[in-house]
Design a protein around this ligand. Structure first.
Ligand SMILES: Cc1cc2nc3c(=O)[nH]c(=O)nc-3n(C[C@H](O)[C@H](O)[C@H](O)COP(=O)(O)O)c2cc1C
Length: 334
């Protein structure tokens, strides 16, 4: 399958693995890239820029295919050393960067000068248009159903993606709620040129996380995520657990007066405890509604191969088969 996204990234299949804190390590990124998708290392999981440089080297040792790095720009009192992280990316010869969070404009000249393609993750059409206007090469459009931070507009992908298609000139990936061939074909029909998956890639053999996390995703239904930090306008979709229950109780009790400090125990430092140690009630960790569609733990190659072969069957068999002989072969589709 050839789209503007496969061309831009130089990959075989229009499937990307989104940055994931304490999940997006070299093992997963390399496995996704080796399977023909685009694997992504998550920069801020690496404690220092030197650690990121080592992780990029490690990934290069495991794949000769293109892979990228996620740079998440968080609002923070003590921001990470972004200039040095960017330098590690450039020195490591990485050619694709997924940015997320705050506006990445400041970093674009340096990245573009080194031939890096930038795909910015957005949760609204207005942010996607802004990303396009400042010169991002592509965007990843993250609907309300996504794991992680869905923004504050609450627009699901069945509306958000066609709206993005109406407005954008740069190619975009559908992100949030994507799991299988049906997701890919639907995303293409809605105007996207590829799909980005987070939660689905956690439940793979190569995801370097505790087995209990993978089993929790398989056990979860589409009803088992919750939105936290809404009163702080930093909404995150997470899997329900005892830590999240505690946090939601505090949100209810404190109402609009809640401060980050009130919930720090349930959100800070949680990822290593959950992902490495499998401490499932340590606190809040991102998970998409798509957990309800995930029932197995395949290798990344089996997952991607299955998506691509079933997508071809869906398009050639099911969808084309719905048309009668009178239907025009090429329709004028906006
Ligand atoms: C455990 C987890 C951690 C994540 N961490 C990050 C992150 O650090 N930076 C980021 O830009 N997105 C992060 N995301 C969001 C994903 O990159 C992706 O946009 C999202 O998972 C897509 O929705 P899906 O889970 O329904 O596929 C995370 C998602 C998950 C599930």
């Amino acid at each position: 399958m050839k789209t503007r996204i496969t061309e831009l990234f130089g990959v075989k299949h229009p499937i990307m693995q989104g940055g994931m804190h304490f999940v997006g390590l070299a093992e997963l990124a390399a496995a996704v890239s080796n399977a023909g998708g685009l694997g992504i290392i998550t920069a801020l999981t690496q404690r220092t820029p030197e650690d990121l440089a080592r992780e990029i080297d490690r990934c290069r040792g495991m794949t000769d295919k293109p892979f990228g790095v996620n740079l998440t720009f968080l609002p923070s009192v003590n921001p990470p050393d972004y200039p040095s992280y960017v330098q590690a990316i450039l020195d490591g010869g990485v050619k694709i960067v997924e940015t997320a969070g705050n506006n990445p404009q400041k970093w674009l000249p340096k990245l573009h000068a080194a031939g890096v393609k930038v795909v910015h993750k957005c949760t609204s059409v207005r942010h996607a248009l802004k990303a396009e206007a400042i010169g991002c090469d592509a965007v990843s459009v993250d609907g309300f159903e996504c794991g992680g931070h869905p923004g504050e507009d609450d627009v699901p992908n069945f509306i958000l993606l066609p709206r993005a298609a109406e407005e954008l000139k740069v190619p975009f990936l559908a992100s949030g709620g994507m799991a299988d061939a049906r997701s890919l074909v639907a995303a293409l029909a809605l105007g996207a040129e590829g799909m980005n998956m987070g939660t689905r890639f956690m439940a793979t053999q190569e995801a370097p996380i505790h087995e209990r996390v993978k089993q929790a995703i398989i056990a979860a239904s589409e009803l088992d995520t919750r939105l936290i930090m809404r009163p702080l306008r930093n909404t995150e979709r997470v899997l329900i657990n005892a830590g999240v229950d505690r946090l939601l109780e505090k949100e209810k009790a404190l109402g609009a007066d809640i401060k980050f400090e009130d919930i720090v125990g349930e959100v800070a430092g949680v990822y290593p405890k959950v992902m490495r140690e499998g401490d499932m009630d340590a606190g809040a960790w991102s998970c998409g509604m798509v957990a309800g569609l995930i029932r197995d733990i395949p290798t990344c190659r089996d997952l991607i191969d299955q998506i691509m072969s079933e997508a071809a069957q869906l398009i050639r068999g099911r969808l084309e088969g719905l048309l009668d002989d009178e239907a025009p072969a090429t329709a004028a589709v906006a």
